[in-house]
Design a protein around this ligand. Structure first.
Ligand code: 9Z3
Length: 358
């Protein structure tokens, strides 16, 4: 904490925004968001912000190297589909090129999308005989048709009714600028706004003041930064070789900001990811106590597709789906998670409305 501004003392989060450049398209995004949100407000629809995928942490201003994480955005993209099915409009704040609702069924898979297609009249290479109208037609292979038609219809509905707003980010700082923008604009929804924060957000970053402008050199050129305090740079080791030294600052706790100022009336769900089962519950409770929001969904890297734990002021509840055996289709755990979150949201809306009337 440093200076005192009009209402609030300046905190790390304020300094973070002051020292990072906003995404260049932020004004355009703000205007498109306004149109999207106003449309759904008038239609009486609830809105959920789903964040998804991993945030990138650049090591250089002109970025060649960066730190990233494992998330492909499966949780976020899958959950977004279930929210759409449950009547919500969805702002999908996602890592660029990570999985998207609907197209996820055909991208990033072991099948190339061309494997879903065949040429009319080409019978015998598969177990199916594709239908079509004549030579030259490209058709969906019969065994994929039913599922693809189902996905296609849902995708069309989302597009035609403008239910899905796709907002891509790359770096942790662009993620935070967009999150702040979306959250403050969603205030018009009051308790009917929902935040479902499934993105894997980096806890660390290189502050702009200490970031190398150009590609960090590995030693074949004299390194002008070698003796100064630039954290992401190379230093000579005792054998005369080069070491990459990375010194990262902690990302300020934006969940606190979201709960207290950006979205004071919305329902907020955060995810907690761990790899050590023995600390998961403790970390979920710590997050809930620290930020005082509505729900922490805990998951372990190894089992995140089969079990999660809901930690809320009501207590703990595990949700599990069986792990599919070879050849079986995996039940998506999000089909259990999302309806439960929606139930909680409904309860919270009722409680907040009743409290207002009282
Ligand atoms: C999650 O825990 C998500 O469930 C996963 C989903 C990232 C594990 P996939 O994309 O994985 O489906 O492969 N997200 C939150 C992770 C996170 O960064 N949480 C912060 C923390 O744990 C709190 S906001 O400290």
């Amino acid at each position: 904490m440093t200076t005192v501004t009009d209402q609030h003392p300046k905190e790390d989060a304020d300094i973070y925004f002051e020292t990072h450049a906003a995404p260049t398209n932020l004004a355009l995004v703000a205007s498109a968001l306004n149109t999207f949100l106003t449309h759904h407000r008038v239609a009486g629809r609830r809105v959920v912000l789903v964040s998804s995928g991993g945030t990138m942490v650049p090591l250089e201003n002109q970025t060649v190297r960066f730190i990233d994480n494992f998330s492909a955005g499966t949780r976020g993209a899958t959950s977004a589909e279930y929210f759409l099915e449950m009547g919500y409009a969805v702002i999908f704040l996602h890592r660029q090129f990570s999985l998207l609702p609907y197209s996820r069924h055909y991208s990033h898979s072991t099948n190339c999308f061309l494997d879903f297609l065949s040429e009319w009249g080409r019978i015998g290479e598969d177990d199916d005989a594709p239908e079509g109208t004549g030579d030259g037609d490209v058709v969906v292979r019969r065994k994929y048709k039913a599922q693809m038609l189902d996905v296609l219809r849902k995708y069309r509905r989302a597009n035609e009714q403008k239910l899905l707003y796709l907002l891509p980010f790359t770096t942790v700082s662009s993620y935070l600028f967009y999150l702040r923008e979306v959250a403050t604009q969603m205030q018009i929804f009051g308790s009917e706004g929902l935040f479902y924060l499934a993105a894997a957000v980096s806890d660390f970053f290189v502050p702009p003041s200490r970031m190398a402008e150009h590609k960090i050199q590995s030693g074949d050129l004299p390194d002008p930064l070698a003796e100064d305090s630039t954290p992401a740079t190379t230093k000579s080791d005792s054998k005369g070789g080069r070491k990459l030294m990375i010194d990262l600052d902690p990302v300020p706790k934006f969940l606190k900001r979201l709960v207290e100022r950006w979205a004071p009336d919305g329902m907020i769900v955060s995810f907690k990811l761990e790899t050590d089962p023995s600390i998961l519950l403790q970390k979920c409770h710590m997050a809930l106590n620290r930020y005082q929001h509505n729900l922490v969904i805990g998951n372990l890297l190894a089992t995140r597709k089969y079990e999660v734990v809901f930690v809320s002021p009501d207590g703990e509840e595990w949700i599990r789906v069986p792990q599919a055996k070879d050849g079986e289709t995996q039940i998506e755990i999000e089909s259990e998670i999302v309806p439960k979150v929606v139930d909680m949201h409904e309860r919270i809306i009722k409680e907040k409305k009743a409290a207002k009337r009282a």
